[in-house]
Ligand binder design. Structure first.
Ligand SMILES: [Zn+2]
Length: 234
């Protein structure tokens, strides 16, 4: 599910050799993707909430409105049905859809965040995601520390670097990466840095470890911003 934005790829990705970049387009069609999980038992799980409505924190730079609620409706899922929302991190293109006009968009959902993420945003100074997304979610947030089960067969794991409390979602052989990997070139060379990684060295280490683990399993990643949703790693 998601919208997209076109950008020069070298604006925010740096490093790597010409060989690493061979065959990559100069233009990055940046998708903003969310994932709906339907465990065999229990209520649906949403991973990230996208760019949100007109006027959302992401609206200063992203092509709002996001299409999440319409796509959920097309899948036969009402906002009230969602039992869990995992926010991989509190950047505006992942969290904005959790609140519409000051009101939680998924009123019956527990919203799962890592403690390190909450601690970071609460101490990072004025931030529209803190004021307009996290504050209105008060009472609906489950703060976890590191690995945790959030639904049958669905686990979150701390994956810091892009933000201090960034988390990924593991469903068997599938890992939903959030912004641990941003662009396919980082599969070729995980040391290629992204300008908006808050701690680039930790981000590279996390990226390497995640890709090694998934490759070792012959698994698959589901990404937020790649051209395609799913990429098999082997
Ligand atoms: Zn992002």
């Amino acid at each position: 599910m998601g919208e997209s934005l076109r950008r020069p790829v070298r604006e925010t990705l740096s490093g790597g050799s010409p060989e690493d970049w061979a065959g990559m387009s100069d233009e990055w069609v940046l998708h903003f993707r969310c994932y709906l999980l339907r465990p065999r038992t229990g209520r649906p799980v949403l991973v990230d909430t996208g760019i949100g409505a007109p006027g959302s924190p992401a609206s200063t730079w992203a092509p709002v409105p996001g299409g999440l609620l319409g796509e959920l409706a097309a899948a036969g899922v009402a906002p009230e049905d969602i039992g869990t929302v995992v926010l991989t991190h509190l950047h505006s293109d992942h969290a904005s859809g959790a609140v519409t006009d000051g009101v939680p968009a998924f009123p019956n959902a527990r919203h799962v965040l890592q403690r390190a993420e909450v601690d970071w945003i609460e101490n990072a100074g004025p931030n529209p995601v803190l004021d307009r997304i996290l504050r209105p979610l008060t009472g609906l947030v489950d703060v976890v520390d590191g690995d945790a089960a959030v639904a049958p067969g669905v686990r979150v794991a701390l994956a810091p670097g892009h933000t201090p409390g960034h988390q990924v979602v593991e469903i068997g052989p599938l890992t939903l990466t959030g912004d641990v990997v941003l662009h396919p070139v980082q599969l070729v060379n995980p040391a290629i840095r992204y300008a908006h990684d808050l701690d680039p060295e930790v981000a590279v280490a996390t990226r390497l470890a995640l890709l090694d683990r998934v490759r070792g399993q012959g698994g698959m990643i589901g990404t937020a911003h790649f051209p395609d949703s799913f990429t098999e790693l082997s």
